[in-house]
Design a protein around this ligand. Structure first.
Ligand code: PMP
Length: 427
């Protein structure tokens, strides 16, 4: 009742009652849980109900919620002042740590969100190359800046259409939207307008159309064609950075992007984003160069403290081995329960992120993701929630596992899934 009461009150003062749209349960229906606290693998709502959490704050909560060392680091930093608007040594330590872990990043600039990171990286790519056009892929999300809120047009080079009201067509007229995993389309676009393409931005493992992995050769092909035409390759690792593996997808594949965008994990639950990469490119940013970019709270000392401690924890021996094994065991267990109940289902994972799909096989593109049984997902989602398991409230989002998700947590998840798949089978 309290969740419902707060949701009703929230809708009076906040549009839709939420500060980010997917939180509103719009695509699954029902009442969002208003969260009171979180610890380890669990969240508790305002009614005191405990849930196993597979949202993980949409990625940041990789070491588990309220990790005592992270909380202590935040408290200590806060006691020294919340924000100075002047540089701190801790920012340098975080920049050095990011560069050490992701060697493609020779220099890095901290911002406060993933949206800022990608928006700034695109401006930088355009400023560096002195070109206008960018390529993005259908189903990849890179934050909500104007030129990235685009859906595919009707043909390859009919440029994308705005996917949000309030974005004039002219603002996206230089954004080319192509199918994920379709290298031929990329080559064709470059063949036609390659000398005006500033960059290709890609989620190297997509996590915003559920989880979609790159096909063999796709990312390598992007690297080659960008190099051939002098365009920059931007890996948007806001979600995958320190989540898909210790060195992001670039570490898993050995492919070196020119620029990388980060957020989520590097802030450990506090607002931090970053973009970085080749030194010659990064030197084009103000105050050194002509590409402007700034932020009152960029490199915020409390956020940086949370990020530094989080990176320290996930660099400890065995961290990713355990996280990856847990996540694989999770999807294997879910597949098994679905099969037991004869539900059409597939699942996949990389590092500490996973996708579940109510379709026969793992999807490779946005249109394949769309071709899944959304009604089945809704039933599954609500049945899991009733059993105390909080999944992402949409069939088109990835899920996240933390270091605190242990065997007992998985066992409880499988018990819940057994009942939830039974409900799906009875639909
Ligand atoms: N890029 C990717 C790959 C993301 O997953 C997100 C957020 N889900 C963003 C950019 C935007 O980040 P933020 O929400 O911090 O602005």
């Amino acid at each position: 009742m309290k969740n419902q009461a707060i949701f009703e009150r929230a809708q009076l003062s906040i549009p839709g009652g939420v500060n980010s749209p997917v939180r509103a349960f719009k695509s699954v229906g029902g009442t969002p849980r208003f969260i009171a606290r979180a610890e380890g693998a669990y969240i508790w709502d305002v009614e005191g109900t405990q849930y196993i959490d597979y949202l993980g704050s949409w990625g940041p909560a990789i070491v588990g919620h309220s990790h005592p060392e992270v909380v202590k680091a935040v408290q200590e930093a806060a006691a020294n002042g919340l924000s100075f608007g002047a540089p701190t040594e801790a920012e340098v330590l975080l920049a050095e740590k990011i560069s050490e872990l992701l060697p493609s990043i020779e220099q890095v600039r901290l911002v406060s969100s993933g949206t800022e990171a990608t928006m700034s990286a695109i401006r930088l790519a355009r400023g560096f190359t002195n070109r206008r056009k960018i390529i993005k892929f259908e189903g990849c999300y890179h934050g909500h800046s104007d030129s990235l809120l685009v859906k595919a047009g009707s043909g390859l080079l009919t440029f994308g259409n705005p996917s949000s009201a309030g974005v004039p067509e002219e603002f996206v007229s230089h954004t080319i939207v192509l199918e994920y995993n379709n290298l031929d389309a990329v080559k064709q676009a470059f063949a036609e307008v390659g000398n005006d393409i500033a960059c290709v931005i890609v989620e190297p493992v997509a996590g915003n159309m559920n989880l979609v992995k790159p096909k063999a050769g796709f990312l390598e092909g992007l690297r080659d064609v960008c190099t051939q035409y002098g365009a920059l390759l931007i890996f948007d690792e806001v979600m995958t950075g320190f989540r898909a593996g210790p060195k992001g997808v670039q570490g898993l594949t050995g492919i070196k992007p020119d620029l990388t965008t980060l957020a989520k994990v590097i802030g450990g639950g506090m607002p931090v984003g970053a973009f970085g990469g080749r030194r010659d490119v990064m030197q084009c940013i103000a105050p050194l160069g002509a590409v402007y970019q700034a932020g009152t709270l960029s490199g915020n000392p409390v956020s940086v403290a949370a990020g530094l401690k989080t990176l320290e924890i996930l660099c400890r021996p065995g961290f990713y081995e355990k996280l990856t094994a847990t996540t694989s065991a999770l999807v294997a267990g879910l597949r098994e329960k679905a099969a037991k109940h004869g539900v059409t289902f597939s699942a996949d994972s990389v590092g500490g992120m996973f996708g579940i799909y109510f379709r026969e096989s793992v999807p490779t593109s946005f249109s394949e993701v769309q071709d899944s049984n959304v009604e089945a997902f809704k039933v599954f989602f609500h049945a899991m929630l009733e059993e105390g398991v909080h999944l992402a409230p949409s069939a088109f989002e990835a899920g996240f596992v933390s270091a605190c998700h242990d065997e007992a947590v998985l066992a409880r998840t499988f018990e819940a899934a057994d009942k939830a798949f039974a409900k799906v089978a009875a639909m």
